[in-house]
Structure formats: structure tokens, C-alpha cells
Design a protein around this ligand. Structure first.
Ligand SMILES: *[C@@H]1O[C@H](CO)[C@@H](O)[C@H](O)[C@H]1NC(C)=O
Ligand SMILES: *[C@@H]1O[C@H](CO)[C@@H](O)[C@H](O)[C@H]1NC(C)=O
Ligand SMILES: *[C@@H]1O[C@H](CO)[C@@H](O)[C@H](O)[C@H]1NC(C)=O
Ligand SMILES: *[C@@H]1O[C@H](CO)[C@@H](O)[C@H](O)[C@H]1NC(C)=O
Ligand SMILES: *[C@@H]1O[C@H](CO)[C@@H](O)[C@H](O)[C@H]1NC(C)=O
Ligand SMILES: *[C@@H]1O[C@H](CO)[C@@H](O)[C@H](O)[C@H]1NC(C)=O
Ligand SMILES: *[C@@H]1O[C@H](CO)[C@@H](O)[C@H](O)[C@H]1NC(C)=O
Ligand SMILES: *[C@@H]1O[C@H](CO)[C@@H](O)[C@H](O)[C@H]1NC(C)=O
Ligand SMILES: *[C@@H]1O[C@H](CO)[C@@H](O)[C@H](O)[C@H]1NC(C)=O
Ligand SMILES: *[C@@H]1O[C@H](CO)[C@@H](O)[C@H](O)[C@H]1NC(C)=O
Length: 763
């Protein structure tokens, strides 16, 4: 019995709490005084009185997460008029309104509702919405007033950010003045429907940042804010209203979008383990996010120096200004337009320009769009409105194109009006390609050596250094692609050999188990011998995705164009009935994992060989990320996906698979996280956010594994339960990389990027 006593007491407590309970409602007879709260029925949100920050003694009524140890108000009622002491009372008044009164019953703050009702009650809903309604109203959703209509600095799930087109009423976020004063500050965050909806951040009346127009999946300039395993995003647009909102897929996750007093707008996620907020994604992350930095027709590339350039076929309007790094005057066409004889040039990989001077039609095709734009001499560019399913709809810009930037991944295409005489001429952008490659390869090599040194030092000298270096997440989100396939009119179309199913059945002995050489995320791999005696590896794609044969061939053709000595070569494919297969070159020495994790075989890999392997993987990855046309994120880089040729040169396999066959990038079907635990970056594993950084993370793990010969996941240490990465982490030791980072800060920006992305994970 004694054993159960505490349990019984607990039950009693819970019971009493229920009876006495704070409840989730305020009525005309039930007030709450300072010190009392109401809690939403599922216990997620709490409403009551609080003092903001560390120093303020002012009292405010607000809503915060009940389950979180740090009071984080997501809404504040009397943000302009604080109570000066704890004498406040929050009431529902008979005439239908919520009022906050002070000790003399003077109303400090109140809601204004337009209707008189019999039985007004105010209730805190599970969504965090504090609503006023008539308890006699059969429709509980018929709110007289709701806090969601008056957002403060936080957008929580299901809140609307946008405009009611009928009343003109706008819901937007506004920062606090400071961390201890919730009064509206300078920064506001809007979903601005002017022209075509886009997300904008203003300081006072001026736009300072734009996430770009909605493209069906996300804001054009915010590649990370797409549906994932935690949140789903959407723009709702109809005759009545236009608004942006998000929902939590996993309801147990606590996540909010907040505009900080300094204008930083970020998506925060509460991590229970560390009892702290983590900044998952910052809007306005780098210089290139500064509105209009490079002026009209200028494009910003965070990894070039200077960051601003004119788009191809444009030149600075005032060269003197540009020489002084004042780019605001922007660029003009080298050849002026002549309206009647104009055409268009496609620019890829961009964040779309400001759409406040745009026009759109949701049903037009790209060709119709082009025609419309061509007819109107003030139309300067056009593109698809919605990039899903190959693109649809029409978005045209009537005036100059401003605020363009290059995006490393998920940039879009835009067609810009150009005089006919410019269109015929061959692209001038290709000159200097060689020097670019050199500029990339050399620093990367150097960075790798530095990294190698760092890792070596750590693993073998175990030096300790404690100076912490703080890295902001999400800062270096972009990377270079300014000379990526813009307007290359010549395209070398080479078709991939289509192999007959029967040929492959013969080659692999009817896919016999004996010939199975591997198993990947997308199907089994068999060794096969073609009739001429050529050895091949045949990947039999398991899932028959919804992809049609035509799309499949297109995708495969694209992958086939990725050719690099550190990528496994695709030799052909086979599509027949339900079967889809890819045929690769066969590599004699199998995969890296069978060497590095094996005591005997690892002896075959001496240090120069290992270094060569690391370099090769880096080169292949770099090609996938930056230098190829498709810009591939591998998403499943690991030792077993690195194959070795006869000379022990590494070749990355399975690239392009996630993009082409994983399916979740287009949001079409799966939301499955592709990848392998142990190699997955935290934000990818948890949130499904993937970027080149996720690959860099996996690469980092791989480097550790190659150097140490230990599996990240299998790593065992007598003193603790951490994996290899955790072990290296606690040894605090890749700090040398950070030391190197500051020392070489002035080196090529690419190296810094590499080091940063690496060290970001190492911290
Ligand atoms: C409040 O105090 C804590 C601990 O002293 C500090 O870490 C935190 O930054 C302070 N918060 C503000 C908003 O000043
Ligand atoms: C709040 O201040 C008023 C006068 O300023 C005072 O009458 C009242 O007692 C105070 N209430 C509390 C709870 O301190
Ligand atoms: C304030 O209102 C409460 C309840 O409505 C009442 O009991 C109290 O006397 C009032 N106080 C003043 C100073 O009017
Ligand atoms: C209560 O609020 C009224 C109106 O704002 C104000 O005039 C009065 O001084 C306040 N009383 C106290 C005790 O704070
Ligand atoms: C309620 O007050 C807000 C300002 O606080 C005002 O913009 C709005 O028009 C008012 N609504 C009604 C119905 O009076
Ligand atoms: C994202 O998720 C929402 C809610 O599940 C859905 O309505 C929307 O269509 C999804 N967006 C995309 C691009 O798949
Ligand atoms: C939701 O998130 C929690 C952690 O916050 C996790 O434990 C749980 O497995 C997740 N649920 C699903 C269905 O992903
Ligand atoms: C515009 O271009 C067309 C076709 O190239 C040419 O015939 C015409 O003379 C040009 N007009 C002007 C004003 O340059
Ligand atoms: C959009 O374009 C389609 C096809 O050209 C046309 O039928 C429709 O009226 C247009 N809608 C608007 C709003 O202009
Ligand atoms: C071009 O389109 C804009 C926006 O639809 C319109 O205001 C303008 O009058 C058009 N100009 C011409 C010459 O048609």
C-alpha cells in the first residue's frame, strides 16, 4: 500500500486540479487576476500575466507554451499599455468584450467587438487562439473576436499572415521594441498580395527583405521553407483572402516563426533535451538578402567578391558607382530594347524579382505567357507562376526587375526581355570557366588539407582548446553558380542506350541471388555480364513510382549527363512494363566500407591512398553541388556508396537517386527521409530539411570514418555512449578547424564556406 501512496496522491492532485482547475475559459463571472492563468484543454497553451525580459516589472497579459520552461509569449494583449503592478484583472464584460482592468476598475486594454451577445465567454483554444464567442451560439466557430487576428511578433501554426480582400484588414507580425518591451518595434513581416503574393519584411515603411513570390511549393527565395516531416506550408489565395500559414505535421513539436526586435526573422524549434530554442531557419540570412542590394538587373551572389554583378548581357548603369561598391543604380542592357523585334533569354537559378509590379494568370501556359509579355512593351520578363508538375501559370513583370539573387539550389528560371540582336550572339559567360574550376579546385584541396590536418591533430594529439566560436545557423546558405547554364543555346543531347529487359535477365542470370552485390535505398543491385563480356552493375528500382516512362527517361538522361571521374558512370537503362533499371559500370574493388572497417583489408589503404580517396569524394561532391547542371544533393553519402576502381580511385554512386526517384522534393508523394542514420545531419534527420550542407555533414562523418577506421554508429568507447561524431565533439577538438577558419578568413570565399559548413557541424 505504501508503494501506491505517492501514486494515489498524484491522482488526487490531478483530480483536484481538474475540479478546481484553471479551465480554459473566462466568463462574465469568472475573472483571472494576476497570478492566475487559464490553460487550453490539451495543456499546450497558457494565458496569464507576465513580465517580459529580465529587467521589466511591467505586467502584460499574454499567451505562452505551457510545457516550456522558458516563458515565451506568442501573443501579448496590452502590448502598448502595460500594468505597472500586479493588480490587473482580465474580465469578460457584459457588453461583449474582453477587458483588462487595473485596481480602480479602469479599462487599460479591451477588445472591440461589434456585436452585443447574451452570454459572452472567452476561451483559450488548443491552437493558441484566444477567442471571444457567444456561449449560446450553436456555431462555436463564430468568433466575435480572436487573438489570431491581432498577431504580435510570433506566427504559430494555423495563424493567417495576409490580407482580407473584402475588408482590407491585414494580419502581419511586428517585432517587439526590445526584449523587455512588447510594444510594436520597427520591423514588420507581411504576406504582401500586391501584384502577386510574396513575403516581405519592412523596417518602418521600407522593404528590407523579401522571401520572394510564392511558387506553389515555397517562397521563391526561401528554399528551406518547404513541406517536411515537421511543418507544412501553404499559401491560400481566393476572392476573399490571401494568406500564408503553416501547420505542424507532428503536433508534438513546438515551433514558431518569430520576428526578433532586431529584425531577425526565424523559425524556432523547441528542443526538450536541451531545454532551449534552436534557430532552424533564418529569413534574411546573408548580405544578398538585403533588398535591392544590387539594383535593377543586378544579381547578388554571396560567394563572389564583390557580391553584386550585372546579369549577363547587362552592364552597370553608372560604372563609377559600381567601382565604389555602390550597386544601387543597378544595370542596363548592353543593347537597348526595340520592342517590336525583342525576344527573351532564360536565366536560371535565381530568386525571382520583386513582384509588386507584376501581373499573373493562373491558367496560362508558358508559351501564352511569353506571347502576352512580348505584346506589351513594358513587360520585362515572365516565368511560370507555379513550378510544381513541370510548371504552370504565368507571372509577368511590368517594370524593371529588382532584387534578384543567385540561389545555390532550387533557384528558378526567369525569361528576361532582350533585344533580338543579343539573342543570337553566343553566350559570353563561358569564357573564364577554366579559371573558375581552378579557383574552386585549388582552395578546396587546400581546405581539405587543413581539415585533414585538423582531424589528424585531434585524433592523434588530443589537444584541448576551449575558446568557443559562435556560428549562426543558416548564414551561408547559398553558394556559387553564377556561370551555371544560363542561356546556353547549344545543347548536346546524347541519348542513353536503352537496354532490353531480356538482355539484363540474361546478364544477371535472371537476377539470381548469387549475383546480388548490394542493396540501396532504391532497390537491389546485381552484377551482370553483358554479351560482349562487359561487366556491369544493374540496379533494379524497387518502387514503381508514379513517374511515367517519359519522365523516367528524361531523368535518367539528365543523370547520364553528369559525368565526372569521381562519379560512377551510368551506361544505360531499361524500362519495360513495371520494370525500371539502371545499368552502371562495374567497379572491381567494391565499396569503401569493406576496406576501412575491416582490420585486414584496411591495411591496403595507406595514408596517401586514404587522402586520395577523401579528395576524390570531395571533388565528386563538389561537382554534384556546384559544377554540374542539375545541382544534385546526394542525401545518402556513406562509405558503402563510395565505390573503388582498380586503382582505388573513389567513385560516388547512387547520386541523383534521391532527387529523381525519392519523390519528396516535388512534394508529390512521399515525405520519407531518405538517408542513413549516422550520416544524417541533425536538421535533416529531425526536420527533413536538406541542403548541400546535409551532404557536407555526411562527408564530414565519412572523413572521420576514413581517418579513424571506425564506424560512426558502431563506435564504442569505454567511457561514454557517444557515437564517433559525439566522441570527437566532446573532445572539443575540431576546434583547430575553427582556429584555422579565422586565420584563413581572407582566403577565397569558397574555402571559407567549406570550412564554415564543416565547422558548423563540428561545434
Ligand atoms: C536574461 O538573463 C539571462 C541570465 O542572466 C541571460 O542569459 C539572458 O540573455 C537575459 N535575457 C535578456 C533578454 O536580457
Ligand atoms: C498597485 O498600485 C496601486 C496604486 O498605485 C495600489 O493601490 C495597489 O495596492 C497596488 N497593487 C498591488 C497588488 O501591489
Ligand atoms: C471593481 O469591480 C469589482 C467587481 O466588478 C468590484 O467588486 C469592486 O468593488 C470594483 N472596485 C472599484 C474600485 O470600483
Ligand atoms: C488605472 O487606469 C486608469 C486609466 O488608464 C488610470 O488613470 C489610473 O491611474 C490607473 N490606476 C492605477 C491605480 O494604476
Ligand atoms: C478594433 O480596433 C482596431 C484597432 O485596435 C481597429 O483597427 C478596428 O477597426 C476595430 N474594429 C472594430 C470592429 O471596431
Ligand atoms: C504541403 O502540405 C499541405 C498540408 O498538408 C498541403 O496542403 C500542400 O499541398 C503541401 N504542399 C506541397 C507543395 O506539397
Ligand atoms: C514527433 O516528434 C517527437 C519529438 O518531438 C518524436 O518523438 C515523435 O516520434 C514524432 N512523431 C512522429 C510521428 O514523427
Ligand atoms: C527594331 O528591330 C527591327 C527588327 O530587328 C528592325 O526592323 C527595326 O528597324 C528596329 N527598330 C528600331 C527603332 O530600331
Ligand atoms: C487567364 O488566361 C486564360 C487563358 O488565356 C483566360 O481564359 C482567362 O480569362 C485569364 N484570366 C484572367 C483573370 O485574366
Ligand atoms: C502592359 O501591361 C500593363 C499591366 O497589365 C498595363 O498597365 C499596360 O497598359 C500595358 N501596356 C500596353 C502598351 O499594353
Amino acid at each position: 500500500m505504501e508503494k501506491f501512496l505517492p501514486f494515489l496522491l498524484l491522482c488526487l492532485l490531478i483530480f483536484l486540479r481538474k475540479v478546481n482547475g484553471q479551465g480554459d475559459m473566462i466568463t462574465t463571472t469568472k475573472f483571472i487576476k494576476d497570478g492566475e492563468t487559464i490553460v487550453s484543454s490539451d495543456g499546450t497553451f497558457e494565458l496569464g500575466f507576465f513580465s517580459p525580459g529580465n529587467t521589466s516589472t511591467n505586467r502584460y497579459v499574454g499567451i505562452w507554451y505551457k510545457k516550456i520552461s522558458v516563458i515565451t509569449p506568442v501573443w501579448v494583449a496590452n502590448r502598448l499599455v502595460p500594468l505597472t503592478n500586479k493588480s490587473g484583472v482580465l474580465k469578460v464584460i457584459q457588453s461583449g468584450g474582453v477587458a483588462l482592468q487595473n485596481v480602480t476598475n479602469s479599462t487599460i486594454w479591451s477588445t472591440n467587438s461589434s456585436r452585443f451577445v447574451q452570454n459572452p465567454v472567452a476561451q483559450l483554444l488548443d491552437t493558441g487562439n484566444f477567442v471571444l464567442r457567444d456561449a449560446n451560439d450553436p456555431n462555436p466557430e463564430n468568433f466575435l473576436w480572436q487573438s489570431f487576428d491581432y498577431p504580435t511578433d510570433t506566427l504559430i501554426a494555423n495563424m493567417k499572415l495576409g490580407r482580407d480582400l473584402i475588408t482590407g484588414f491585414e494580419r502581419y507580425l511586428s517585432s517587439w521594441k526590445s526584449s523587455d518591451d512588447p510594444a510594436p518595434g520597427d520591423y514588420t513581416y507581411h504576406c504582401d498580395p500586391t501584384g502577386y503574393p510574396q513575403d516581405v519584411m519592412r523596417k518602418g515603411a521600407d522593404v528590407i527583405y523579401r522571401a520572394g513570390p510564392w511558387n506553389g511549393l515555397r517562397w521563391s527565395g526561401a528554399p528551406n521553407m518547404v513541406n517536411n516531416s515537421i511543418t507544412s506550408f501553404g499559401l491560400v489565395m481566393n476572392n476573399k483572402e490571401i494568406y500564408y500559414k503553416y501547420e505542424l505535421v507532428n503536433k508534438s513539436v513546438v515551433s514558431a516563426l518569430v520576428v526578433k526586435p532586431n529584425g531577425n526573422t526565424m523559425r524556432l524549434i523547441w528542443i526538450a533535451k536541451t531545454q532551449g530554442w534552436v534557430n532552424y531557419h533564418s529569413a534574411d540570412a546573408d548580405d544578398c538578402d538585403t533588398y535591392k542590394l544590387c539594383g535593377a538587373y543586378g544579381t547578388c551572389n554571396i560567394l563572389s567578391d564583390p557580391v553584386c554583378h550585372c546579369l549577363d548581357k547587362f552592364e552597370p548603369k553608372h560604372q563609377d558607382d559600381w567601382n565604389r561598391a555602390d550597386w544601387t543604380s543597378g544595370c542596363v542592357r548592353k543593347t537597348p530594347l526595340n520592342c517590336t523585334g525583342d525576344g527573351f533569354i532564360m536565366y536560371s537559378g535565381v530568386k525571382l524579382p520583386d513582384t509588386r509590379t507584376s501581373w499573373f494568370n493562373e491558367t496560362m501556359s508558358l508559351d501564352e505567357c511569353r506571347a502576352v509579355c512580348l505584346r506589351n512593351c513594358s513587360c520585362m520578363g515572365y516565368t511560370n507562376l507555379d513550378i510544381r508538375n513541370g510548371g504552370s501559370g504565368c507571372l509577368i513583370w511590368i517594370e524593371e526587375l529588382i532584387d534578384i539573387r543567385q540561389l545555390s539550389q532550387s533557384g528558378q528560371d526567369i525569361y528576361i526581355r532582350m533585344s533580338a540582336s543579343e539573342i543570337g550572339s553566343a553566350g559570353s559567360s563561358s569564357k573564364g570557366d577554366k579559371s573558375v574550376i581552378l579557383a574552386v579546385a585549388l582552395p578546396l584541396l587546400f581546405a581539405l588539407i587543413l581539415l585533414g590536418l585538423g582531424v589528424g591533430l585531434i585524433l592523434y594529439k588530443r589537444r584541448r582548446r576551449e575558446d568557443p566560436v559562435v556560428m549562426t545557423r543558416g548564414r551561408f546558405s547559398g553558394h556559387n553558380n553564377k556561370n551555371d547554364n544560363t542561356n546556353q543555346s547549344h545543347h548536346e543531347d546524347f541519348e542513353l542506350p536503352l537496354l532490353d529487359l531480356l538482355t539484363l535477365i540474361n546478364a544477371t542470370d535472371n537476377f539470381s541471388i548469387a549475383n546480388k552485390i548490394g542493396e540501396g535505398g532504391f532497390g537491389l543491385v546485381y552484377k551482370g555480364v553483358l554479351e560482349g563480356g562487359q561487366e556491369v552493375a544493374v540496379k533494379r528500382l524497387s518502387e514503381t513510382s508514379k513517374q511515367g516512362i517519359h519522365e523516367f527517361k528524361n531523368e535518367v538522361n539528365c543523370i547520364a549527363k553528369l559525368q565526372h571521374r569521381n562519379l560512377v558512370k551510368l551506361l544505360g537503362c531499361c524500362v519495360q512494363g513495371e520494370e525500371k533499371m539502371l545499368v552502371y559500370e562495374y567497379l572491381q574493388n567494391k565499396s569503401l566500407d569493406i576496406y576501412i572497417f575491416d582490420e585486414e583489408r584496411s591495411a591496403l589503404l595507406d595514408w596517401p591512398k586514404r587522402f586520395n580517396i577523401i579528395n576524390g569524394i570531395a571533388r565528386g561532391l563538389m561537382y554534384l553541388h556546384q559544377d554540374s547542371r542539375l545541382r544534385i544533393i546526394h542525401r545518402d553519402l556513406k562509405a558503402s556508396n563510395v565505390l573503388l576502381d582498380t586503382e582505388m580511385n573513389p567513385k560516388i554512386s547512387d547520386f541523383g537517386m534521391a532527387r529523381s526517384f525519392g519523390g519528396d522534393e516535388t512534394g508529390a508523394n512521399t515525405r520519407r527521409v531518405v538517408g542513413t542514420y549516422g550520416y544524417m545531419s541533425p536538421e535533416y534527420a529531425v526536420d527533413g530539411i536538406f541542403s548541400v550542407k546535409s551532404d557536407v555533414f555526411s562527408f564530414g562523418v565519412l572523413v572521420l570514418e576514413i581517418v579513424s577506421g571506425k564506424k560512426n554508429r558502431r563506435f564504442v568507447h569505454p567511457d561514454h555512449h557517444l557515437n564517433l561524431l559525439g566522441h570527437v565533439n566532446t573532445m572539443s577538438q575540431l576546434l583547430c578547424v575553427k582556429g584555422l577558419y579565422s586565420k584563413y578568413l581572407l582566403m577565397s570565399s569558397r574555402v571559407v564556406y567549406k570550412l564554415l559548413t564543416l565547422s558548423m557541424y563540428i561545434t
